[in-house]
Design a protein around this ligand. Structure first.
Ligand code: SAM
Length: 224
């Protein structure tokens, strides 16, 4: 049996549950207390793709304005920073303050310490609240706050995948912008909803790790 050392615990705001950070022999794991693993530092192929795929499609990646929700283990943030230029600005919204601390501390080296990059801005709070306030601000919005359209961490995250949430993301995009959504699996209803909201939708699947393991779904939604 694998040995895990508990490094930290963080309550999930608005719920009775908490996140736990564990160190293994050569990896870290974030689990929902009493539930399953949310993230592991050995498996981040689809998190990387969530950041790189939309940025690679931009006409002006050098000066891109990007919003990421949430931080997790920092892999999507690191992939975005690699794909955009020196004048880019990348805001990462993270609900749980301890997750930001863990990334500034023991987790940081796993993703190359993207929080230390001068292009990174950290917003501690709900990405949904941030989105509601923004108009025509971002070239890319990359959302990975939960298991996908069927929330796991926080049921209020479902709003982000509803028609009003999709419309808010659309309003927050600059012309030519792209919203990228991560999900543990396919969801035809969500795909259809993106199209009904006026998005042109590209759906792709990416392995969790290299060319092995489960495939995760990424939707790239752009305005027609
Ligand atoms: C699956 S992880 C993200 C993984 C990330 N893509 C990476 O590269 O490691 C989900 C993260 O979103 C955060 N989160 C959950 N709901 C949120 C919300 N409404 N706003 C901002 N962050 C949220 C969680 O605390 C967690 O850190």
């Amino acid at each position: 049996m694998r040995h895990w050392t508990l490094l930290g615990e963080a309550p999930i705001p608005g719920t009775e549950r908490s996140l736990l950070l564990f160190r293994g022999k050569d990896d870290f794991s974030i689990k929902i207390a009493g539930g399953h693993e949310l993230m592991n530092t050995r498996k981040h192929g689809s998190e990387d793709a969530l950041g790189s795929l939309p940025c690679q499609r931009l006409n002006q990646p050098k000066t891109a304005r990007v919003l990421i929700g949430g931080l997790g283990m920092g892999f999507t943030l690191a992939a975005v920073l690699q794909a955009v230029g020196p004048q880019a600005e990348v805001t990462v919204a993270e609900l749980i303050p301890e997750v930001v601390e863990w990334n500034r501390g023991p987790l940081g080296d796993c993703s190359g310490r993207p929080l230390d990059d001068p292009r990174t801005r950290v917003h501690v709070g709900d990405v949904a609240k941030l989105l509601r306030r923004q108009r025509a601000c971002f070239d890319v919005i990359a959302l990975d706050v939960d298991n996908g359209p069927e929330g796991l961490t926080k049921s209020s995250n479902n709003w982000l995948y509803s028609a009003p949430g999709i419309a808010a993301a659309q309003d927050a995009l600059r012309p030519g912008g792209i919203v990228a959504y991560w999900s543990a699996g396919p969801d035809q209803g969500f795909h259809d909803r993106l199209r009904q909201c006026g998005f042109l939708v590209e759906e792709t699947t990416v392995h969790a790790h290299g060319n092995k393991g489960p495939r995760h779904t990424i939707w790239l939604a752009s305005v027609m």
